[in-house]
Ligand binder design. Sequence first.
Ligand SMILES: Cc1ncc(COP(=O)(O)O)c(C=O)c1O
Length: 377
Amino acid sequence: MIDTRNWFETLPPTRQRKLLSSQRNGLNIEVGGQSLVNFASNDYLGLSQHPDVCSAAKDAVDTFGLGSGASRLVSGDSPLFHAFERNLADWKGFEACLLVGSGMLANLGLLQSLADRHTVIFADKLNHASLVDGARLSGAKVHRYPHLNLRILAQQLQQYPAKNRIIVSDGVFSMDGDTADVVSLLRLAEEYDTLVVIDDAHGAGTVGAGGKGLVNQANMMGHARLIEVGTLGKSFGSYGAYILGTASMIEGLKQRMRTLIYTTALPVAVLVAAQAALDIIKQGEVVHVLQGHIAYFLSQTKALNLLPSHTPIQPMILGSDEQALAASALLKECGFFVPAIRPPTVPEGQARLRITLSALHNRQQIDALVKVLLNRA
Ligand SMILES: Cc1ncc(COP(=O)(O)O)c(C=O)c1O
């Protein structure tokens, strides 16, 4: 008999994911009555709690109310969307920008708009789930290449011709913290006549001069073959996402993108908060603090077997789910919040601690975490 109580199989306890009821207060997170130093947030610059960001949102709610009430193409748009799109495009060095509901919606809608069953997509094996699902939803033929392996990517490009082809990659990889070689990807794109989509959700605000991200660091911003995606839910401390590209590409997306057209526009308060965050990022101080923390953490953890990463995402592979859970529990006892990340989020046998650094941390907190990690190793 079909019944909602037995529709899903029961997962073994080590595989069960919990919605952790927690409350953040500055850098600390309260979990189960315990206050822990949070080393597991993507709020890399701590801007989600910055007074200027929060008061911008409050003022906007007072002025415009909360929900946008309709799709941007019906009555949910506002001049504030357009102003922020212009500012983001200018800061990132692209002709145009399109704001959408979230990074997940951006990638689902973007790939579905760009590709169809006659298109071939070449995707890094460790791409974020939103890119994987966007490629699936598009109906394109997808070839996944081993993580960062451009030799195999080039072979695949030779092997699978098609009129429309797209290389799709995370910029900063969300679970490994390493980075795509944007220059080489665009070189391959020139050689084999493809587009490139880079999702630099984790690079904005964290990587490169002024935190402008990986594409800017590679000096490839505005490249005519390139589309960049990013989210406002991480360094910008808010919610929503953006797509950057040429003016014609962005106009084409406005005409076709189902996750823009058939969904309620972001609340204006969320955008205004992200604009306030951009203003703070542009001043440079918070990015400088975060980048200093990353350099310091790396200098103190040479003896640890961390994955190679120069970003705020510092993963420590432990192997089995049980090992990762035990390490996470030990850190919790010592006052740190670093949950275990397990398959299917990461490949089988690569359960890990995904440590993330924030501009809100201080040296003593980093030292204390490193001490526990070194004692454990
Ligand atoms: C690389 C990457 N892209 C997209 C997303 C989704 O963004 P959002 O949280 O805005 O939906 C995430 C994580 O959340 C991510 O890590």
